[in-house]
Structures are given as C-alpha cells and as structure tokens.
Design a protein. Structure first.
Length: 134
C-alpha cells in the first residue's frame, strides 16, 4: 500500500463528481441553455465513465514480492510505460469524442469560448485549473 495508489483510487471515484463541477464551470462561463447543458452533462459524464474504465483496464496488478530481480523490474517498468501510453491514447480518443458531441450543440461564439475553457480542464482528473497569464 502506498499513498500514490490511494490517491489514484480516489481520483477515479471522483471523476463523476468532477464532471458535474466542470459542467457548472462551463455553464457559468458560456451561459448554456437547458438543452445544451444536458448535452454537455451527458458528454462529460460519458467521458468520465470512459476514462475510469480505461484506467481500470490498464491498471496493473503489482506484485507484492519485494525480491524482484533486475530483469523483472525492467519488464515491470516497460509495462508501466506501455500502460501510460495506452491511457493517453484512450484519453485523446475519448476527449475528441466528447468535444465533438459538445461542439455540435454550441453556437459560434460559444464554440470559441468552449475551446478556451477546455484548456483549463485537466484531462484525467477533470479538475479546473486556473488560467496561466502570459
């Protein structure tokens, strides 16, 4: 048991709640009508479910054996690297699907604002990050 694993478990269970926070953030900044808000809510909740499923699918059951030899450690590191790459591929595919669903219901002005707002949202945790000033 490590603290890193504990945080990872909490983040996957909080994705659904974070998706609600993200939709409220988008609604506050873009001023969505009720139909648009429903579509955005569905898109982000589906995205959260897909990310959670991808994380569970790629999560590796780690060995509790402390006496791993060097070759086994190298294989475990390579496997973790492959999992990270796979998770990023899933995230990219799911985010394009989510954005396509959302963009279809937005007006031109809202679309431009949405593109700016989405950059403030962390793709894995769905936390709203403060905008960096240039």
């Amino acid at each position: 048991f490590s603290f890193g694993q504990d945080k990872a478990k909490n983040s996957t269970s909080d994705l659904k709640r974070q998706s609600v926070v993200v939709v409220e953030y988008i609604n506050k900044n873009i001023k969505l009508d009720p139909k648009q808000k429903t579509i955005v809510m569905n898109a982000f909740s589906e995205y959260a479910a897909n990310i959670k499923r991808a994380l569970e699918k790629t999560s590796e059951k780690t060995s509790k054996d402390k006496s791993l030899d060097l070759i086994q450690k190298m294989k475990a590191d390579a496997s973790a690297s492959k999992n990270k790459k796979k998770i990023h591929e899933y995230m990219l595919r799911f985010s394009t699907k989510r954005d396509k669903m959302v963009k279809e219901c937005l007006k031109k002005k809202q679309l431009k604002q949405y593109n700016d707002i989405v950059k403030n949202i962390h793709p894995f945790t769905l936390e709203v990050r403060p905008r960096k000033k240039k």
